[in-house]
Design a binder for this molecule. Structure first.
Ligand code: ADP
Ligand code: ADP
Length: 239
């Protein structure tokens, strides 16, 4: 069964704006899917419905073969722990250390009095180092987040999601504020996590060229609708 499936999904914002229109597709486990489309096409809305940051208006989204719409409390936390989220602006705590930022991925859904006081267990700290090694930034453990370059900050954000052992990573324009070289580094890391750890990755991008380089499959959105959905070979051949 697919890891994620959309059935007749519609999203209309409170002010009447159509976010998503009759979305139907399945995402197989382990796929590297890139969603492309102009600004306002609905890419961000699409990603945010998968972890219930946005609620849909009608239809059904299933994750690991369970409808997610009725999740609340514990089941919603479990869903969100399964899903790592990466943003364009990194969403790090700028004045905190890299270590603290990475560790926050571990505790965000289960705050305890220790974590609130900033006390982390030795195994958690070890896991943070391992997560940073996965993004080749172990040497920055004690640096302050805002001392790092944009690309390094995005890698810290990726390491933070690894603390959750995510099955899915959703990346919303993760390279929009990065230069071409850094873009490659970040996209390569996402690809490696997909290939080596089997994490299903969905990335929103503006650039079709970049999408072709990394995707197993490209879905194009326009005004909230899927306007194409092709495995990468077909896209390359017909474009
Ligand atoms: P981002 O997704 O980049 O973090 P926001 O969450 O603030 O930014 O908004 C996401 C998108 O939704 C943006 O394209 C923004 O223009 C649009 N948006 C947000 N709020 C509204 C609103 N009240 N009315 C119309 N569009 C909105
Ligand atoms: P993209 O990520 O492709 O730029 P979005 O998913 O952010 O597109 O936006 C899709 C449409 O929904 C746009 O018309 C946007 O303005 C609108 N939109 C997004 N968030 C909101 C919101 N919170 N309230 C109203 N409209 C929104």
């Amino acid at each position: 069964t697919p890891i994620i499936s959309f059935k007749n999904v519609n999203k209309v914002y409170d002010n009447g704006t159509v976010g998503l229109k009759d979305i139907n597709f399945d995402i197989p486990r382990g796929q590297f899917l890139v969603v492309v489309g102009l600004s306002g096409a609905g890419k961000s809305t699409l990603l945010r419905t998968i972890n219930r940051m946005h609620e849909i208006t009608s239809g059904e989204i299933r994750v690991e073969d369970e409808a997610i719409d009725r999740y609340k409390g514990r089941s919603l936390r479990f869903l969100r722990r399964k899903i790592g989220m990466i943003f364009q602006n990194f969403n790090l705590v700028k004045r905190s250390s890299v270590e603290r930022n990475v560790l926050s991925g571990r505790v965000s859904y289960y705050p305890t009095w220790k974590s609130l006081l900033g006390l982390f267990s030795a195994p958690d700290k070890q896991k943070a180092v391992q997560a940073l090694q996965r993004v080749s930034l172990a040497e920055k453990l004690y640096a302050r987040a805002d001392e790092l370059s944009g690309g390094q900050q995005q890698r810290v954000a990726i390491a933070r999601t690894l603390m959750q052992n995510p099955k899915i990573i959703l990346a919303d324009e993760p390279i929009a504020s990065l230069d071409p070289l850094t873009t490659k580094t970040v996209m390569d890391i996402l690809k490696r996590l997909n290939q080596e750890d089997g994490i299903t990755v969905i990335v929103n991008l503006h650039s079709v060229t970049l999408a072709r380089e990394y995707a197993d499959r490209i879905v194009g959105l326009r005004a909230g609708e899927v306007v194409y959905d092709e495995p990468i070979a077909a896209v390359t051949a017909t474009d």
